[in-house]
Design a protein around this ligand. Sequence first.
Ligand SMILES: [Zn+2]
Length: 180
Amino acid sequence: MAELDKIRDSNEEYSHNFKYGTLPITPARKLAVLACMDARLNVNEALGLETGDAHIIRNAGGIATDDAIRSLIISHELLGTQEFVVINHTDCGMLTFADKDLQKDLRQKYKSDASEIKFYSFPNLEENVKNQVNKIKSTPFLPPDIPVHGFIYDVKTGKIERIAGDQKTINEILIPSSSP
Ligand SMILES: [Zn+2]
C-alpha cells in the first residue's frame, strides 16, 4: 500500500476515536521540548507526555536555530510554557558529515550554490547539547531564569541522561519561596 493510502487509513481510524477535541491551546505541563528529528526518538513516549502537554519543536540535530528560538519565544510569551528541554541522541546523523561536504555535493548534484545553507552538523554530542542550551539561555527575548535542561537520549536503551542546564525546576519557578 502506498504511504499516502496508509496515512489516510490511519487517520480515518484516529479521528473515529478522537478524544482531544476540547484541549486548550496552552500546553498543560507548561513545557517546550527542542529535539532532533530522528525517527527513533518518540519524544512524548520517552518523556511521558500526552497530547496537549507540551510544545515539541524538532529539527535535524535539535539545534537552537533562529527559527527554533522563534518558536520558543512564542511558546513562552504567548502560550505560557515555563521550562525548556533540549534533547539530542546517540548515533545522530548530524555527527556523520561536515557542512562543507554536503554543500559541495549539493552544488555538484543540483548545479546551484548551497554554500549559504547552514546545516549545523557537529562533531561532539555533549558539546552540541551544551551549545544549544547556552544559546537559548543567552537569547535576550526569553527570561534569563527560565530553566533550560539538556539531555542525551540513548537510542539503544531509551534512557535519557541530563548533561546540561539549570538545577532549578519548574516548581521553584511557580511556587514562591516561603520568605515574607
Ligand atoms: Zn539526530
